[in-house]
Design a protein around this ligand. Structure first.
Ligand SMILES: [Fe+2]
Length: 552
């Protein structure tokens, strides 16, 4: 079926029968970077305020677009233009956002994206998407974080990130959760817009067909790009409104079926200092056109506490409303940094999240927390409450209270009732070239061990003259909450199938979770030293089921 036939079949409403098949595959268009080139690229969808009837189509163009717009059937929806000028290299980035409302639940639509100065105006970019179903319906979503780009000229980029996008498409989820550290533009500070561009064009192969819902990670924090460094991130994404003045887009919630999804910015609460950083010995000097002064060695962009408690207050309101709503069974949190990770070569766990948010997750029975940050896969037992006195300071061996999450069971039988405790999943397994699937072990007792940040690791002079470094986590604990770790690869994708009706469990709803992993994709396996290469081959690592009573 040609694109025109698809559009004809769609008729005046743009509604495309679910059985009609997809329109032509999204194609990457690397348009020339010339002033006045309004050719759409980096096309991606996010949910609107209500996923049953609204999406947002967002894109960028090399130059300023003229009359940027989306067409759905006979409807033409003008896009809102948002641009910014990168604070380091002075490049202006043009983005466009069309809010498409008034859609039918559970329906498939074909759309196209164009502008008067679109080089492809005769045959503009076209794709399809599906709205969320209404009521307690079954659906599938997928998740990973730490994606990077396939362009290996960029720091942390790797070919697996293209296969990871293809993996999302292969599972045909309703939407995808992208758990922060999107492309590591901050690690390529003089070329940030180009890194974002490679990221956007790589993702388009999936994100133009289904919403990709992101949260910020530490690498979205960029020098000279706004009060928290999020200008690039926030300009490119239009996200559900959190109704907190001045802090839109940093965190939000949305609902699909009987699940409330809560997306948080853990940069606001973690102790770890891991945002933009100039190690030295040279300063980072922004382009003269920006008017920004050199950023001296030893400077890091540390934003802990930036919301002044507004995010936590919003979280409590949102969780309370969600648990009070009898049509919501599940609460799933997405955030980048980890409360429960035992990666040895990665970052580890952070006491800031444990102090600030785990008590709320306990009080309101958050079922599942999806993270990134550590480039591996790890699953916790359901946890509730905290064990005091379980931590040891690395430097001195002194006891330190890490508020170790308390597992409500340590029997790994594949079925967990999350009304008794929250399961944490580390999914930093997207596509970076730094696989970190090497996990901690306490050499004294051979138990699993986690590193924990209990204080800020602000930059300090290293042993190399004029070069600064940020220290690793300052404490360790026996990770009795750790249930499963994938030691075979740092790459994978988690697939979640929500079953709203009781199926074999009296009066309970369930979510089946399957982790698929890309064995052999690690550039270097940290355990064996074996070299690998990117692979499209994702196979099952493990399946487990979460259950809980229906709310009604
Ligand atoms: Fe991270």
């Amino acid at each position: 079926m040609s694109r025109r036939q698809v559009l004809a079949a769609a008729g005046g409403t743009g509604l495309l029968a679910a059985t009609a098949g997809s329109a032509k595959a999204a194609t990457t268009r690397r348009a020339r970077a010339a002033t006045g080139d309004g050719t759409p690229e980096q096309i991606h969808l996010t949910w609107g305020e209500n996923p049953t009837n609204s999406v947002v189509v967002s894109w960028a163009s090399p130059g300023e677009s003229v009359r940027a717009r989306v067409r759905i059937g006979q409807r033409v929806i003008p896009a809102e233009a948002r641009s910014y000028t990168d604070g380091i290299n002075g490049e202006t980035v043009w983005t466009y956002h069309a809010r498409v409302g008034g859609l039918r639940p559970g329906a498939t639509y074909v759309y196209n994206v164009t502008a008067d100065n679109d080089a492809n105006a005769a045959d503009p970019f076209s794709a399809t998407f599906r709205t969320a179903p209404e009521g307690r319906a079954a659906f599938r979503f997928t998740s990973f974080g730490d994606l990077a780009t396939p362009n290996t000229q960029w720091v942390l980029s790797y070919g697996q990130s293209a296969y990871a996008v293809a993996a999302v498409e292969s599972f045909q989820p309703l939407f995808h959760l992208l758990n922060g550290d999107l492309c590591y533009a901050d690690l390529n500070p003089t070329e940030q817009p180009d890194v974002w561009r490679d990221f956007g064009n790589n993702n388009q192969a999936s994100a133009a067909n289904r919403p990709w819902m992101p949260c910020p990670g530490n690498h979205e924090v960029e020098f000279d790009n706004g009060p928290q460094g999020f200008t690039s991130y926030l300009t490119r994404y239009t996200l559900p409104d959190n109704q907190v003045p001045g802090l839109a887009g940093r965190w939000y919630s949305f609902r699909v079926g009987s699940v409330l999804f809560v997306s948080l910015d853990a940069d606001d609460v973690v102790y770890q200092d891991a945002g933009a950083f100039v190690a030295g010995p040279a300063a980072l000097t922004p382009a003269a056109s920006t008017g920004n002064p050199p950023i001296e060695p030893g400077t890091s962009f540390y934003i802990r506490g930036y919301s002044g408690g507004a995010q936590t207050a919003w979280l409590e309101r949102t969780l309370a409303a969600g648990r009070g709503d009898q049509s919501i069974d599940w609460i799933i949190v997405q955030m980048h940094q980890c409360a429960a990770s035992s990666s040895a070569t990665g970052n580890g766990s952070d006491l800031g999240i444990r102090e600030e948010w785990l008590p709320l997750f306990d009080r309101y029975q958050v079922d599942l927390v999806l993270n990134g940050h550590d480039h591996d896969y790890e699953r916790s037992f359901p946890v509730r409450g905290a064990d005091a006195g379980a931590g040891t300071e690395v430097a001195t061996g002194a006891a330190v209270n890490t508020l170790r999450p308390h597992p409500v069971t340590t029997t790994d039988n594949g079925v967990f009732d999350t009304s008794w405790g929250t399961v944490h999943l580390i999914l930093g397994c997207g596509g970076t070239d730094a696989n970190l699937d090497d996990y901690g072990t306490d050499t004294a007792d051979s138990k699993r061990q986690a590193k924990v940040f209990t204080r800020a690791d602000r930059p300090a002079l290293s042993s190399t003259p004029d070069v600064y470094a940020r220290a690793a986590a300052d404490a360790v604990e026996d990770a009795i909450w750790s249930a499963k770790r994938d030691t075979s690869t740092g790459y994978g994708i988690a697939v979640f199938d929500v079953h709203p009706d009781p199926d074999g469990f009296e009066g309970q709803t369930s979510i089946t979770v399957t982790q698929y992993h890309a064995v052999g994709a690690d550039p270097v396996n940290p355990a064996t030293g074996a070299k690998g290469a990117p692979t499209p081959d994702y196979t099952e690592f493990e399946t487990f089921r979460l259950v809980r009573p229906r709310s009604s």
